[in-house]
Ligand binder design. Structure first.
Ligand code: UDP
Length: 244
């Protein structure tokens, strides 16, 4: 008798200010259960939620994404107030986990790193290749002109990668993924902000004790003070979290 493989249930879906968010103790396990399915993963934080509230186009992308994970102290705070237990899932960590899984796969796997200043994604790719030599990683910086954008899209269609990491910042990376998904319908796509900068060593992540105390945002503000304006929405998000 043929037995069907047991697939993990889809992650529980909850609402954060009317936006979808999935809860799971292990997002990678769910991802593993649907190889080649074509997956758009979004990492939601308070800044993005507030932006989506006033940008219907971004809200629509969130509603259509396959998996939305909580990347940010604000979203965890929102869930805790509603008695939902969930650990943070920073995009950089989820992306690293997926790369590691593909790197250990006996089949040859192809990745694309797209984004950041010239040279940065290359350095990040080199570091990952040295850990997982069987991976093919194509790297492309994120400052292409329209002609180069077109050429790059054609290359994506040719490569048909398994995983495409897009580091253009929010919301540019989410728009870009939505516009290009059809070139690689079986791939997994994730917007990962400044993760290439961190893997390449051009920026530092907050020390672990700050991350564990939900203060990574404070460290980012210290490293990149120009963010203060963007972060003005955070108290607003906290205030909104208090209301049902
Ligand atoms: N970036 C890019 N192309 C652009 C604008 C930005 O590749 O046209 C890159 C930038 O170099 C940086 C990343 O996008 O590596 C944005 O990182 P950030 O940490 O600001 O992302 P966010 O906070 O929005 O997640």
């Amino acid at each position: 008798m043929l037995t069907q493989p047991i697939l993990p249930a889809p992650p529980e879906r909850v609402s954060v200010l009317g936006l979808p968010l999935h809860l799971s103790p292990d997002y990678a396990q769910w991802w593993r259960s649907r190889p080649q399915a074509g997956t758009h993963i979004i990492t939601l934080n308070a800044e993005m939620a507030m932006l989506a509230e006033r940008t219907p186009e971004l809200a629509q992308i969130l509603h259509r994404a396959d998996l939305i994970v909580p990347d940010g102290a604000g979203v965890i705070f929102y869930l805790r107030l509603r008695r939902k237990k969930q650990r943070r899932c920073p995009g950089i960590e989820l992306a690293a986990q997926l790369i590691e899984e593909l790197g250990r796969d006996p089949q040859p796997r192809t990745l694309v790193f797209f984004g950041a200043a010239p040279g940065v994604a290359d350095t990040a790719a080199q570091r990952w290749r040295s850990r997982f030599p069987r991976l093919t990683i194509h790297a492309q910086h994120g400052y292409l002109n329209p002609q180069e954008q077109g050429d790059f899209a054609q290359q994506l269609a040719q490569w048909q990668p398994d995983l495409i990491l897009v580091g253009l910042g929010v919301p540019r990376q989410e728009y870009w993924i939505t516009q290009h998904r059809h070139y690689c319908p079986h791939a997994t796509w994730i917007g990962i902000g400044g993760s290439f900068d961190i893997w390449a060593g051009t920026k530092q992540r907050a020390p672990r004790w700050l991350r564990e105390n939900h203060l990574e945002w404070l460290y980012r503000l210290y490293q990149e003070p120009w963010r203060w304006r963007r972060m003005l929405v955070l108290p607003h998000f906290a205030w909104r979290s208090l209301w049902p």
